[in-house]
Design a protein around this ligand. Structure first.
Ligand SMILES: NC(=O)c1ccc[n+]([C@@H]2O[C@H](COP(=O)([O-])OP(=O)(O)OC[C@H]3O[C@@H](n4cnc5c(N)ncnc54)[C@H](OP(=O)(O)O)[C@@H]3O)[C@@H](O)[C@H]2O)c1
Length: 282
């Protein structure tokens, strides 16, 4: 649902961006800073955080601050402590949840830890951050963004852990929206298709050919466009965005004609099918 209203993002506001040191989180942070919104980047690796913050500060107008928090979103106490301390000195009104990891492979050969790791970070980690941030967001007026994926709306070859976690995140976000709305808080769900980032560069080194063929049924969208559409959703109050015109149209097509969507996917997969490395077939 889109409502007409004044842009919500404006100089003087402060945001926290998980995964802000890389990829989409970094690009969203860049665009927030360009709009005069102060940003605190949250991720684990301190040197990547410092480099990202430095690159943003170089472009920030005076009065726009860039800070960092080195926290593992899997550590509930660490997240509660870090966000509580931050809110005491730098109250924030926007939380963007972009932190995420990837494990891809044939279900039969993926280690069991792939499922626990991906669920722990992409789903439980995001829930932990939202739970910790909620008491500090203004009621009414606070805004939350969850970065899910098209893989949270449909199945993708090789993504059994990732799809499970992103589907959970989509359901969580849709349910939480009903609870936050009466308190004057908004939550925006962003479901991008594949885009170039360090996560995808690492994935490319090991991914199955079936995953590559199936994923790229939907063309890649530039990360800058995804970030712009994310921030436009915050400004306009849009609840859910599938960034890019073609991915949005293709997703709508899949919802309306699921059998056709599955047929196209099956054909793409069949053209390159290699199967699990250790086949258990007789
Ligand atoms: N790239 C795609 O094609 C694509 C498509 C759809 C959706 N997405 C989603 O978009 C989001 C961003 O992806 P990306 O491609 O931009 O990934 P990326 O470049 O790998 O960035 C991931 C960020 O998350 C942080 N992070 C990972 N684990 C963390 C943890 N346990 N605690 C705190 N921070 C953590 C990383 O920093 P540290 O490692 O230093 O902690 C990094 O800043 C993810 O949620 C991903 O699932 C990506």
């Amino acid at each position: 649902m889109t409502r007409r209203r004044d842009p919500w993002l404006r100089p003087g506001r402060h945001s926290v961006v998980t995964g802000g040191s890389s990829g989409l989180g970094l690009e969203i942070s860049r665009q927030l800073v360009a709009r005069g919104v102060s940003v605190t980047l949250l991720a684990r690796d301190e040197s990547r955080l410092a480099a990202a913050a430095e690159s943003l500060r170089a472009r920030a107008a005076s009065g726009t601050e860039v800070g960092t928090l080195s926290v593992d979103i899997g550590d509930a106490d660490g997240v509660v402590g870090a966000l509580g301390t931050l809110a005491g000195t730098h109250p924030f009104e926007l939380l963007v949840n972009s932190a995420g990891i990837m494990r891809e492979g044939y279900f039969e050969t993926l280690p069991a830890t792939a499922f626990t790791e991906v669920m722990d970070i992409n789903f439980h980690g995001t829930v932990k951050v939202i739970r910790a941030a909620l008491p500090h967001l203004p009621h009414p007026g606070g805004r939350i963004v969850t970065i899910a994926s098209i893989a949270g709306l449909t199945g993708v070859f090789g993504y059994t852990p990732y799809c499970a976690a992103k589907h959970a995140l989509v359901g969580f976000t849709d349910a939480l929206r009903f609870e936050l709305e009466p308190q004057g808080l908004e939550i925006h769900l962003i479901c991008p298709g594949e885009f170039d980032s360090p996560l995808v560069a690492a994935l490319d080194a090991t991914r199955t050919p079936e995953n590559r063929a199936h994923t790229l049924t939907i063309p890649k969208v530039d990360v800058a466009q995804i970030a712009t559409q994310t921030l436009d959703a915050v400004d306009s109050g849009r609840e859910q965005v599938i960034p890019g015109r073609i991915p949005a149209l293709m997703s709508a097509g899949r919802r309306l004609f699921p059998a056709t969507g599955r047929m196209i996917g099956r054909r793409k997969i069949a053209a390159v099918y290699r199967g699990p490395r250790t086949s258990r077939r007789p």
